[in-house]
Structure formats: structure tokens, C-alpha cells
Design a protein around this ligand. Structure first.
Ligand SMILES: *Cc1c(COP(=O)(O)O)cnc(C)c1O
Length: 326
């Protein structure tokens, strides 16, 4: 399969917000958009998106993971950017219709179909830096994606960055393009300078997350991760892993922690990044102030990842009601 995010299904679904109302979503062949060069999104970054997957079960039927929760997160992102907030049933319906239409394009496990709802401000006004886009487009893309772990799990190397920030206090929990733009420079610098895979952003010593994944520490009996606040993205994978960990008898400890504490714990705790694309990926090495530190290796990360993937692919019972059959 081609590289994550580069292959698309033949159809997409799109809806327009204009004159204070959403129009009917339209399903059709995926084609380029025609936008006014003054569109708000090009100048003032009025954009947000979601990312989640449909998994093919052994019976052949696709199931969407935490559809309603992703729709709600999209609505919160839209509201924080003062974009028109999509109607929840409309957006969920757009996703379900697209997955239904593209049933035949959903690859077999361990591959899946990645869904990418996207909302952009289209008001043609280059004088609207301090006013919202009152026109918008909402569309959903579908992309068949392969197994992130094809070729085996490789523990990641992270730079612990205790100065620079990934985002801002107001947009940290918004899934918006500007956050990735802000994290890109520091991440490329770190890759070049230290050969790391990602940057763990810890402004003023507060351990937050990487550019596109949440961070957690896992021992044989406990999971530690930052409690929800506005500084980081509230991952559905994070939330799901915490629920599953509790059910498996781990103590779930949501607390703020510092770089100093982190460095003291990694001999006893495994570390992992969580997100839809990579599920739960082990972290093997931290780089801090030019020195490399090994993180404990163990099987707790794999155990929690398997628990989540078993539910997603329909191999174990969906006791939490996380999946929507299409
Ligand atoms: C999307 C994202 C995550 C992971 O969220 P999931 O819902 O688990 O996929 C974490 N951090 C950032 C910055 C993200 O954009």
C-alpha cells in the first residue's frame, strides 16, 4: 500500500455553509475545489479537521471507531476557530454515507480506511484577520491506509524540548492546521540535529505531547498521563487506552508532571505515543540537553495496544459501545 495519506477513494462528500445555513451534503467524485484566492483559510488559517478509521471486521462489515466522539471534537474545534459549527447528525451522516459508498475500498485487516473530515473558512475577505469566516466548506475524504506496524514495531526516539511550545494556550486542544505549522520547524530542526523521530514538547518543563500524538508512561501496574487541559489535543486513542487500562487492573494516574520527574521514571516505566495512525507506539529513547536516555522496555505497551486493536477489528467484544456499524 502507498504511503499513509497519499491514496484516496474515488468519492468524497461535501457541504457548504452560506447565508447562515448548511446546504445538503453532496456525494460525488473526488475533484479539485475552486476557491477564491482571498478565502479566509488561505490568509488567517481558519481550518480544522478530524482523523479516525473504519475497520473491516471478520464478517466483512466496516465499523467506525468512536464516530460520535470525533464529531463532537470537530464541533469544538470549529467553535474555537469561530467557524460555522457543523450539525452533529449531518457530519456523522456524511461519514457513514461515504464509508457505505466506499465499502469496496476498505482494505483487509490490519489495514483500514482513514477518514478525514475537513472544515475551511471560505469567506473572500483579506480584511478579515480579526473577524470570523461566515462562509465555509465541510468535506470528508477517505483514504485506505496500511498497517503502521508493517515491518515490526520500532521504538521511537524523542527529543525532550523544555523551551519551545507546540501550540498556544487558546488552540492547544483544537485540531487546527496552525498547530502543525508551529510544530514543524522545531521538529525538523530536532530531526536534523539529533536524529530523533519526534519532539516531546514540554514548555517550561511541563510534559505535554508531540506534534501529533499524546504521551503516556506505563508500568506493570500504572499509567501516567497529563490530565485534560487546553494545552494539548484530547486524543480518542488516549481516552480509549485509559479506559482499557483501568479494566485490565492498571491504576490510571492523570497528573501533570515535569521533565525532571519524567527523566527519573523512565527506568521503571515504558513510554508510548498514542494516536489514531500509530495506535500505541513504544518510545525507546529520550534525548535531553544532548544526552541520550534509554526508556524501559517491556510488554505493557504491546498489551494495551492489542487490547485496543482487538476491539477495533472485532476480535473482542465492544463492551464500551465505541463502534458504529455501517
Ligand atoms: C490527532 C492528534 C492526536 C491524537 O488524537 P487521536 O484522537 O488519538 O487520534 C494527538 N495530538 C495531536 C496534536 C493531534 O493532532
Amino acid at each position: 500500500m502507498s504511503k499513509f495519506g497519499t491514496e484516496f477513494c474515488d468519492n468524497f462528500v461535501i457541504a457548504e455553509f452560506k447565508d447562515d445555513a448548511w446546504g445538503e451534503p453532496v456525494m460525488g467524485p473526488l475533484e479539485p475545489l475552486s476557491l477564491h484566492p482571498a478565502s479566509h483559510v488561505f490568509h488567517y488559517a481558519s481550518t480544522c479537521f478530524e482523523g479516525f478509521k473504519a475497520y473491516r471486521w471478520p464478517d466483512g462489515n466496516p465499523h467506525l471507531f468512536r464516530l460520535r466522539d470525533h464529531v463532537e471534537r470537530m464541533r469544538r474545534s470549529a467553535a474555537s476557530l469561530r467557524l460555522p459549527v457543523p450539525d452533529a447528525d449531518m457530519l456523522a451522516g456524511m461519514v457513514v454515507d461515504l464509508v457505505d459508498r466506499e465499502q469496496g475500498s476498505i482494505p483487509e485487516p490490519p489495514s483500514s480506511l482513514y477518514l478525514r473530515p475537513t472544515l475551511i473558512g471560505t469567506l473572500p475577505n483579506i480584511g478579515a484577520a480579526a473577524s470570523p469566516s461566515t462562509e465555509a466548506l465541510l468535506y470528508v475524504l477517505a483514504s485506505p491506509v496500511g498497517d503502521y506496524f508493517a515491518g515490526g514495531v520500532r521504538p521511537l526516539k524523542l527529543l525532550v524540548e523544555d523551551q519551545r511550545s507546540r501550540s498556544t494556550e487558546t488552540l492547544g486542544s483544537t485540531k487546527t492546521g496552525g498547530n502543525y505549522a508551529a510544530a514543524l520547524g522545531p521538529t525538523l530542526d530536532a530531526k536534523e540535529e539529533f536524529g530523533v523521530d519526534q519532539v516531546l514538547f514540554c514548555p517550561n518543563g511541563d510534559v505535554q505531547e508531540t506534534g501529533a500524538a499524546n504521551f503516556m508512561l506505563i508500568s506493570d501496574s500504572e499509567v501516567i498521563t497529563k490530565p485534560l487541559d487546553t494545552s494539548f489535543l484530547h486524543g480518542m486513542t488516549r481516552a480509549s487506552i485509559l479506559t482499557l487500562a483501568e479494566g485490565l487492573g492498571y491504576r490510571v494516574n492523570e497528573r501533570d508532571f515535569t521533565v525532571e520527574e519524567l527523566l527519573g521514571w523512565v527506568g521503571d516505566y515504558e513510554a508510548a505515543l498514542s494516536g489514531t495512525a500509530a495506535c500505541l507506539t513504544p518510545v525507546g529513547t529520550l534525548v535531553y540537553h544532548g544526552k541520550e536516555l534509554s526508556v524501559r522496555e517491556g510488554d505493557n505497551v504491546a498489551k494495551l495496544r492489542d487490547a485496543l486493536q482487538s476491539i477495533q477489528y472485532g476480535r473482542s467484544e465492544d463492551v464500551h459501545g465505541w463502534l458504529t456499524a455501517v
